[in-house]
Design a protein around this ligand. Sequence first.
Ligand code: DAH
Length: 495
Amino acid sequence: MNAHLTRRADAVRAASSARLKCITSGQISQCPRVQIRHQAQPTTLQGGHTASSVKGLCTEINGFSYPIDEWTNVPASILASVSRRLHVQPSHPVSLTRQLIESRFPSPTYIHYNNLSPVVTVSQNFDSLGFAADHPGRSRTDTYYINEHTVLRTHTSAHQADTFRKDDSEGYTISADVYRRDAIDRSHYPIFHQMEGARMWDRRKTPEGDIAKTVWSDVQRLPKRTLRVEDPNPTVNPERNPLQAKYHSIEEVEAMAAHLKRSLEDVIFELFSKATESAAAIGNTEMPPEEPLRVRWVEAYFPFTSPSWELEVFWQGDWLEVVGCGIVKQDLPINAGVPDKVGWAFGVGLERVAMLLFGIPDIRLFWSQDRRFLEQFSSNQPIKPFVPFSKYPACHKDVAFWLRSTSSSAGGGSRGNSQDFHENDIMEIVRNVAGDSVEDVRLVDEFSHPITARKSLCYRINYRSLERTLRNEEANELHQMVRERLVDQYGVELR
Ligand code: DAH
């Protein structure tokens, strides 16, 4: 864990050990002797606590205490799931997917980190990676803040800088749970898992400092795979994806890009040919094998790589993005005290890949404790198509409302613009009220009043449990709570 956090957490614990008992992950407790930093502008916290009412509170995650403040927006339901760590649960499909990918990045070249704390500083998650100060990812509508300076990591890249600083190996993978306030649908969940990977070469340890030659000889040692690869663009694009000319020659970048691309193509080949084989073995014809497997490289942008790419796989009739990657921006190794290291990095969403490999139709299933789900997977048979156990009836309910006008703060708008409504806010309310009993939430209507310019929204909430039939009264009760919270927390006017 990051030293800054550790020191503060230890201080908090020592200060309050006599009176503070907050052992369970997810509890918010009195934290009387802790200094809380306050914002100039008080705002309303999730769940309706105001800043003044949280003075002296802290939250407990994995045995450490963190003071909460006006920035805090992590609900108890999220904190309660921090301990699940699906990526290391034996025979869980997220864990099986991780292991399959890790097996393509063997030791001693690569070290696999699977136990890094999800609590990181804003600096680790954003600043260290060159995210602009106004990047939308930093907003409280998108990110779970524990307090002003501390978040639940939104991606495993949050650990890049520290891992470069540690400098324990030429390469690494980091698999971990990541957290984002996001839409509710069958492929989005506020907690998911990513794997980060990187491979670096040290100019000082490379014969004659010839990085290009060394990297090309490493490329030769990678397994040769039969894929149909589309890669039409030049390696660098002067505007969108420039060469970092101060630090790399074009020959070096060509070599590193080739190593990155061949390494990831190998992963995809391994995963998807295994999935095809095991589907065929049980006579599943819904997964017709595409021979050879098709992948394509698409230009991308990330603040911490240049050039950058996404790798897409053609699977069951669609092109699907599976990996983001690129040549590491040299600021990272420089700031991490390893300026002679150059190389590549990638990030992949494990659920995304697992859903394709195992044919899992709804991301909520990964969190199911139902034996009918969990017992379908085993490390003895890594990729076996999931057999849905049943589909319970859906129950759609609409909620329509006028947003509060933000154009006029006359009449004492101390709750003014800080209350602006973001789509992720209704998602968060629905999640907090109904948890995994909602399959998706969609905007079905939106218009602005021609005279007042007031905006009206209508969302359709699809209540459907994966594990049982929801009674209509239950869905009604949940829906009523959603409506009430929209009014309480965002001052909307129901229609
Ligand atoms: N962190 C990125 C995300 O969450 C994924 C990613 C892209 C990771 C490029 C990388 C990378 O290391 O080089 O979308």
